[in-house]
Design a protein. Structure first.
Length: 483
C-alpha cells in the first residue's frame, strides 16, 4: 500500500514538473510573454548552440507568418545551391552579321540572366563593351529576352495593384531581365529661383526614359522640402507623378517607384545607355519570352556581384524584388512561377533534420501565407552555423542593431546591440506581423540562436516594433549575461 502511495506521489510530482516546464522556459522570455497575454500569437525560442540548452521558449513549434525572416531561408538555399562566389551573367547577343561599318544587320538581344542586383552601371558597362566590340548601329531592334522567367504572375495584392499604379518600390514586379530592382528613379532638384517648377529628370539618362509629370515647386531656402510620388500607367506608358516642394539650394533628391513592366523598363534604360555610347537602334525596342537563337554569339557581357554580396543587400535592405528574383533562379526549369521557387526552398529545408513544417510561397516573405515556427528558424540557423564554408557569408548578411541599416532596430541596451545579429520581418496586412531571427554571443563567447514570431489577430490592437524589440532586448540581454 505504501509503495502504491509513493508511486502516486512520484507520478503527481512528475506531472507537475511537466506542466511547469513550459512556464520555466517561458520565463526566459519573461517580458516578451506579455504580448501573448495581450492576445497576440507568439512563437519564440532561444537556445545555445554548443549544448542545445533551451534558454527560453513560448510555443516554439507554433506555425506563424515569418514575413521577411523568410529571406533567411532563401539566403541559406541560395548559398547551398550556388556558393558564396557565384555571379550571374548578363549578355548582349545576336545571330546577325556585323559589317565593316559597325552596323549589326539584325536584332540585338539582351539575354537576361536573372541577376537580382543588375543596375544602370552594369548596363553602361554592357554598352561600352558593345562599342568596344565595334558595334555602332543596330539595324534591327533591341530585344529584351526574359525567357528564363517573366513576366511572373503576381500573387500578392501589392504586386497586382502595382501594374497600374504604385506609390512604393518594394512591390516591384518580377522578371529575369530586370534592372535597378524593377523601379524607376527620378531626380528632383530646385530651380534657380523660388516660385519656379523644380527640375525633374531621370536618374539614369540625360533624356527622359519615363514619363514625367512635374508638380513640384521651388520654395525659398528656409521653405523646407516635402515630396510625394506615384507611378501611374496611362495610354502613353509609365508616368512618374511628383508633387510637393523643394527648398532653394537643396541637394537633388532621388525617388524610386516600381515600374509597370520591368523588362520594358530595362529596354528603355539600355536604349538610352546605347545612345549615349553612340550606338543607334533603328527599329526601337521590344520584349520577348523567346530564348535567343542557339546560333547567337555573345557581343558583350557583364558579371554581377558575388552571391555573398547579393545576399548582403537582400537581407540588410530586405529588398523584395531582389529576394524573389533570386527565388526564381532556384527553379530548375524556365518559365517557372514564384510558388515553385518557394517549393525549391522547401525542398532544401526538408534535408535539415528536426526542422518541422515549412510553407513558403515566396522567398521574400511578401506573401502572408508563408508559415514556419521559431523552432524551425533556429534549426535552420543552427544548420548553417555548422556549415563552415557557408556560415561566414550567411551570418554576414544579418544586421547588428548597433549599426543596422534599418534605423528602427537601433535600440535596446548596449549588450543587446553589440552581441546580436538579426533579420527582421514586417507585414501589416491582413494582420500585423513582427518577426526576428538571428544569432547572439554570450559574454563568455558562446554562440546561440533565437527566433521570435509575433502575429496579430482581428481582435488584437496595432503592433509596432518598439512593443516587440524593447521586451525582447531585455530578455536576450539577460540570457547573454547569465550564460
Amino acid at each position: 500500500m505504501r509503495c502504491g502511495k509513493l508511486f502516486v506521489v512520484i507520478a503527481l510530482l512528475f506531472a507537475s514538473m511537466m506542466l511547469l516546464a513550459p512556464f520555466a522556459n517561458a520565463s526566459g522570455f519573461a517580458r516578451l510573454s506579455e504580448l501573448a497575454e495581450r492576445g497576440f500569437l507568439v512563437s519564440a525560442e532561444a537556445r545555445l548552440l554548443d549544448t542545445g540548452e533551451v534558454l527560453g521558449a513560448i510555443e516554439p513549434r507554433r506555425q506563424l507568418s515569418p514575413a521577411s525572416v523568410s529571406k533567411a531561408y532563401l539566403a541559406a538555399a541560395a548559398l547551398d545551391r550556388f556558393g558564396p562566389q557565384h555571379r550571374f551573367t548578363t549578355r548582349l547577343v545576336s545571330d546577325a552579321e556585323l559589317d565593316a561599318n559597325g552596323v549589326l544587320q539584325g536584332d540585338l538581344v539582351f539575354d537576361g540572366g536573372g541577376d537580382p542586383s543588375l543596375t544602370s552601371e552594369d548596363l553602361w558597362r554592357l554598352a561600352q563593351r558593345l562599342h568596344q566590340a565595334g558595334v555602332r548601329e543596330v539595324e534591327g531592334r533591341l530585344v529584351i529576352s526574359q525567357w528564363r522567367f517573366g513576366p511572373v504572375e503576381c500573387i500578392t495584392t501589392d504586386r497586382c495593384q502595382a501594374h497600374s499604379r504604385v506609390a512604393n518600390a518594394y512591390s516591384a514586379l518580377l522578371t529575369s531581365a530586370g534592372v535597378n530592382h524593377g523601379s524607376w528613379c527620378v531626380s528632383v532638384a530646385p530651380a534657380a529661383t523660388p516660385g519656379e517648377p523644380a527640375r525633374l529628370t531621370s536618374c539614369d539618362s540625360q533624356a527622359p526614359i519615363v514619363g514625367l509629370d512635374n508638380r513640384v515647386d521651388t520654395r525659398p531656402a528656409n521653405g523646407g522640402t516635402e515630396l510625394y510620388a506615384e507611378r501611374v500607367l496611362d495610354n502613353t506608358g509609365d508616368v512618374m507623378v511628383v508633387s510637393g516642394h523643394i527648398a532653394l539650394g537643396s541637394a537633388p533628391r532621388s525617388i524610386y517607384r516600381a515600374s509597370s513592366d520591368p523588362a520594358a523598363q530595362t529596354a528603355s534604360t539600355l536604349a538610352a545607355m546605347l545612345g549615349q555610347a553612340g550606338i543607334g537602334i533603328a527599329q526601337g525596342t521590344t520584349t520577348s519570352i523567346a530564348e535567343p537563337a542557339a546560333t547567337a554569339r555573345s557581343l558583350a557581357e557583364v558579371e554581377g556581384l558575388p552571391m555573398q554580396e547579393v545576399l548582403l543587400r537582400v537581407m540588410n535592405y530586405s529588398n523584395n524584388f531582389m529576394a524573389d528574383v533570386l527565388t526564381m533562379t532556384l527553379v530548375d526549369q524556365p518559365r517557372g512561377n514564384l510558388v515553385q521557387g518557394g517549393q525549391a526552398i522547401e525542398h532544401f529545408v526538408a534535408g535539415i533534420p528536426d526542422h518541422g513544417p515549412l510553407e513558403l510561397r515566396s522567398g521574400s516573405g511578401l506573401t502572408p501565407e508563408n508559415r514556419t515556427s521559431a523552432h524551425g528558424i533556429n534549426t535552420l540557423l543552427s544548420s548553417m552555423y555548422h556549415r563552415t564554408a557557408l556560415f561566414p557569408s550567411f551570418v554576414a548578411s544579418f544586421q547588428s542593431p548597433d549599426n543596422g541599416v534599418m534605423r528602427f532596430i537601433r535600440r535596446g541596451p548596449p549588450i543587446f546591440q553589440t552581441h546580436v545579429m538579426l533579420k527582421t520581418g514586417t507585414l501589416n496586412q491582413p494582420v500585423a506581423v513582427r518577426s526576428l531571427g538571428g544569432y547572439f554571443r554570450t559574454v563568455n563567447g558562446r554562440w546561440g540562436v533565437f527566433s521570435v514570431l509575433v502575429n496579430g489577430t482581428s481582435n488584437t490592437p496595432w503592433l509596432n516594433w518598439a512593443q516587440v524589440l524593447d521586451p525582447l532586448a531585455e530578455d536576450i540581454e539577460r540570457m547573454i549575461n547569465t550564460h
